[in-house]
Ligand binder design. Structure first.
Ligand code: CTP
Ligand code: CA
Length: 227
């Protein structure tokens, strides 16, 4: 219960969290994005704040109020989120990447609204290029903050999540089975498996607020052990 949540475990610790989707412009009126609500990241921001941390929330476009006593930096694209994250690094002890970063952006986004080509075949091609991997870049930085990623998978969840720990150089990953029908994109509940190099722990279906508190407790314990 909330009463058991340790209030001061992150006092004096600076936590930076990415949250929400990113938007990749196609032209001035259109974009590529995804269904991320940002709720998990915002819940973690509140839990970390309640644990005494100084929290910076680097947020893509979401429909959520800014948590009290949290510094919120709004960004739109993955490249913006990358720049804001790199800027925040000198003041970050723990970096938690909950954002659903668009993997690709349009190579040359148009300055003017794209017009339908009348008299053409009816097909349209956009060339996409890969966005920078924000959490991997954070984990490569020196000095490196304690770095936590999220992994939304539809199959073979633990295997893919462990591969992501390795590939991105993470200290911990929070794996999410998005094929489960009881937890939708916009849900207020979640169930995850927290994975680190030597172990793992499931967090059963609960409110995102409760999952966030359990995550902050786990992250704090591993962060202190790693220091
Ligand atoms: N992530 C990031 N920057 C990106 C892509 C992902 O920081 N350009 C972070 C996410 O915030 C998350 C973690 O990396 O914490 C895993 O994201 P995910 O989309 O599962 O990983 P990808 O490497 O993009 O692999 P996939 O092909 O499964 O999408
Ligand atoms: Ca991805």
């Amino acid at each position: 219960t909330a009463d058991l949540f340790p209030r001061q475990i992150l006092t004096g610790t600076r936590v930076t969290i990415t949250a929400g989707p990113t938007r990749e412009a196609i032209d001035p009126v259109r974009y590529i994005s995804n269904h991320s609500s940002g709720k998990m990241g915002y819940a973690i921001a509140e839990a970390a704040r309640d644990a005494g941390a100084e929290v910076t929330l680097i947020s893509g476009p979401v429909n959520l109020p800014t948590p009290e006593r949290v510094k919120r930096i709004d960004v739109v694209s993955a490249q913006d989120m990358y720049a804001a994250s790199m800027n925040a690094l000198i003041q970050t002890d723990i970096f938690i990447a909950t954002a659903a970063v668009a993997d690709f952006r349009v190579e040359n986004s148009h300055n003017q609204k794209i017009k339908k080509q009348h008299n053409s075949s009816g097909a349209m091609t956009l060339t996409l290029v890969e966005n920078p991997d924000i959490v991997a870049a954070v984990a490569k930085h020196s000095p490196k903050p304690f770095t936590v990623g999220f992994a939304a998978e539809t199959q073979d969840v633990e295997n893919y999540a462990r591969q992501k720990i390795q590939r991105k150089g993470l200290d911990m990953i929070v794996a999410n089975d998005v094929s489960r029908t009881d937890i939708g994109f916009n849900s207020d509940q979640n169930a995850v498996t927290v994975i680190w190099p030597e172990g793992q722990q499931p967090l059963e279906l609960a409110s995102k607020a409760q999952i966030a508190r359990d995550l902050v407790t786990l992250i704090s314990a591993h962060y202190k052990k790693a220091r």
